[in-house]
Design a protein. Structure first.
Length: 226
């Protein structure tokens, strides 16, 4: 992801670093997410069902991380709009989860539930952080990374007959431009919060991948898929 933003040099460096982290360590590059998009067999159906239920558990509660960021005195104006838009994402999540049916039975369920609870705890901690800029950085990274999450959600929605209207979240360029204008006093905290969020999302996909393998799944590529 190329970044072209003006403003404080430290803020610009933070925007570049976060954009690169999102591209290299976020949802978009995780192999399990790519495998879900390429496959169309029964294990893929169970894996997609698992995905939507676990994403609902991670981000389906209100108030969430973006809601917390919207209450920050230093939040950009668009963060309030993002909070409203994410309410729509939560509603879509709930709708798809209902259509998908129950969570697939998986060996080691207790351990995976504990891992998911720990990820959710980290997100809640980021949302309560008193370090200036940390919550805003985490929320900004969530918006950036949600584009990849939404691609998979759209795929799952189509499979289960749910009409997924386009996301109304702010575009990534707007988010990165704001990070690029972040002052030096907050840039480190914004970067920390963003990278913590991306790490939790990476762990989320790895957890889903481990659950898939525990069920003995092997995602078979669709004929002709890259």
């Amino acid at each position: 992801m190329e970044v072209s933003v003006a403003g404080d040099t430290i803020g610009h460096a933070a925007a570049v670093r976060i954009a690169r982290s999102a591209a290299m360590d976020g949802s978009v590059s995780h192999p399990h997410r790519a495998a879900l998009a390429r496959s169309a067999d029964a294990p893929a159906l169970r894996a997609r069902t698992d995905f939507v239920h676990h994403l609902c558990a991670l981000h389906g509660r209100h108030p969430g991380l973006i809601d917390a960021a919207a209450g920050d005195l230093h939040a950009p104006d668009w963060m309030g709009t993002a909070a409203i838009a994410f309410a729509g994402e939560r509603a879509l999540l709930a709708q798809i989860a209902a259509a998908a049916g129950p969570v697939p039975g998986t060996p080691g369920q207790a351990a995976s539930e504990a891992a998911l609870l720990q990820q959710r705890h980290v997100l809640e901690t980021l949302g309560r952080s008193d370090r200036a800029g940390c919550t805003l950085g985490a929320a900004a990274a969530l918006i950036l990374d949600w584009a990849a999450m939404r691609e998979t959600l759209n795929l799952v929605a189509l499979r289960f007959g749910v009409d997924a209207t386009p996301s109304a979240l702010p575009p990534g360029d707007l988010v990165l431009a704001w990070i690029g204008r972040t002052d030096a006093a907050r840039a480190r905290a914004v970067t920390f919060g963003a990278e913590q969020l991306l790490a939790q999302h990476r762990g989320f996909w790895s957890l889903l991948e481990a659950r898939h393998h525990a069920r003995g799944g092997d995602l078979t590529p669709v004929a002709g898929a890259a």
